[in-house]
Design a protein around this ligand. Structure first.
Ligand code: SF4
Length: 297
């Protein structure tokens, strides 16, 4: 026992202080693909190799020219990097703080005017975040926080996942992430839960069980869809065996993209859902100047 104590003291504190400081994510971790929308010459090669249809485009005539609406859907993206392999305008990042309160916030759409050969002539409209969506998200967070206060009980529901997301969820209870420091606990019964953390593309066999679990969770309840499968059905989509994303079965409050999302991304999404992220919390993709500004604030 003394040896264990000695080792613990020697190791010291390993728990991250996120969200007060930015979490350290390995530079080799796979996060969202980043597109240089200005320099993007052609969406077709990336769309052709994308296995989940996360990059989609629609061409439509506008007057005497043709324009193209290209959408990058982070709710479908599994961060495989195939698009970056075929297109120099796309690069993979390790940015994983991607959770959103509305599904549409994960869809980034740009519009291009096209050349005759189908390549992009110029960018007409870059993706933007509609203000109305942000407003809805803020209102949702405010109402949730006023009801739940500062403690939360989570029931995790595996609705048909490959267990990749579960492995990452286990990481939340590790000494590094230590989710209990926020007063957040995992419980075994939905009747004791405030939040359902749902993984998987919702198999047909789990559809009824998920509905019943949702009904058994007392109001006010939060539902968080985890991973590309939970957000959109992921690589499985909707077929004879799966229903698609969690929101095709029960209402979802927050979406956490990734395949699987790492514990840091999960923590970000859960804290976003309960309004525990400080509005000026530093994020990993902040510039150094922004981080200093946050530290001085
Ligand atoms: S990283 Fe993979 S899933 Fe995501 S957009 Fe690129 S090709 Fe599609």
């Amino acid at each position: 026992m003394f040896e264990t104590l000695r080792q613990s003291l020697k190791t010291g504190v390993v728990t991250t202080s996120y969200p007060t400081t930015p979490a350290e994510v390995s530079s080799r971790a796979r996060g969202r693909p980043e597109i240089d929308w200005e320099q993007w010459k052609d969406a077709r090669p990336a769309a052709a190799v994308c296995p989940t249809g996360a990059i989609e485009f629609v061409d439509e005539p506008t007057g005497r020219t043709v324009s193209r609406n290209v959408t990058l859907d982070l709710g479908k993206c599994i961060f495989c990097g195939l698009c970056a392999d075929v297109d120099p305008a796309i690069r993979m990042t390790n940015v994983c703080e991607l959770a959103a309160c509305l599904r549409d916030e994960l869809r980034h759409t740009a519009q291009y005017r096209l050349n005759d050969d189908g390549t992009h002539h110029r960018l007409l409209e870059a993706p933007g975040k509609p203000e109305t969506l942000e407003t809805v998200g803020r209102q949702l967070r405010a109402s949730i926080q006023s009801v739940l206060g500062r403690s939360l009980h989570i029931r995790q529901v595996d609705a048909g996942s490959c267990n990749g997301c579960e492995m990452e969820i286990h990481g939340l209870n590790s000494p590094v992430y230590d989710i209990e420091r926020f007063g957040i606990h995992f419980v075994v019964s939905p009747r004791h839960a405030d939040m359902l953390l749902v993984t998987g593309p919702v198999t047909r066999n789990m559809e009824l069980a998920l509905r019943k679990t949702h009904d058994a969770t007392p109001e006010p309840r939060l539902v968080v869809a985890v991973g590309a499968c939970g957000c959109s059905g992921g690589i499985f989509g909707r077929n004879y065996a799966t229903c698609g994303g969690v929101d095709s079965v029960i209402p979802v409050d927050v979406y956490i993209p990734g395949c699987p999302p790492n514990p840091h991304a999960l923590l970000h999404g859960i804290l976003l859902a309960i309004g525990r992220l400080p509005p000026n919390a530093p994020r990993r993709n902040d510039s150094d100047a922004q981080r200093i500004k946050h530290a001085l604030a």
